[in-house]
Design a protein around this ligand. Sequence first.
Ligand code: GLU
Length: 307
Amino acid sequence: MNNKTLQQLVDKNFNNYKKGKVADYIPALAKVNPKQLGITIYDLKNNDRIQAGDVDVRFAIESMSKVPVLLLAIKDRGIKKVFETINTEPTGFAFNSIMNMEINHRKHPMNPFVNAGAIATTSLINGKDAKEKFERILAFMREICDDPDITLNKEIYQSEAKTGDINRSLAYYMKGNQMIEEVPETLEAYFKQCSVDVTATGMAKLAAVLANKGVAPWSNQRIVSEESATIVKSIMTTAGLYDESGEFSVHVGVPAKSGVGGGLMAAVPNSYGIGVFSPALDNCGNSVAGIQLLKDIVQELDLDIFK
Ligand code: GLU
């Protein structure tokens, strides 16, 4: 595939934005222009990337942050501690549902990509306070996305913090069950990690590290262990797209993670890291045009891992 073929697929899928709507739970996301679609594909074989559309537009990482923060928590605390705190089971419940803990007999969050699990993951990040935790998360995101310009979007952060009562209730529920300790500190870091601005290209690079067994293909430096890259890809496969994860696995078939900022990344083992951005979302909170475009790419390049 070359830039021209990719551009044709972007053109073909562009109007899918009309089938969705941008996230409106906070004003800063509600005013994002829905008419955007961009994709970067990082090809591990040629160590090169192809791209088309709005690949340099900055957008809020939101739930895609759950991937780098999980990788950092594993680096900080080790696989055993992280997965004693958070399970790795898929869930059919909405991403912010308290049911993601209640139905589990051990009362631990079901997985690191539902909000309860993500908040518990953030609580495991090393750092003496919220500021230090978030600085470490930001530095790690910049490294794994190979993007020194990733910064906090203060407007989004303030809105997330102001409207985050469901997340607060999940956190206090976990504190009440001795699953996490510091609620305000953890939530400050969590709201901030969701509010950083990234690009489709940066997300493609993060996905490329996962696809490449933890090694950054652009520098040949190991960023995370092979084992953690494998685990995270498998959780992406079962729980990466909220309560649409099963359908996405059946119809697209690559490890992926979405965010309500309109981002979608896919890590195709040993071959590609893909970052997509289009802000109009379907009912489950996933990018409508993004999923359709990714589906076309997967078909075109024959990437379905279950084939
Ligand atoms: N900051 C959002 C929340 O915790 C994340 C939304 C998302 O991308 O799922 O509610």
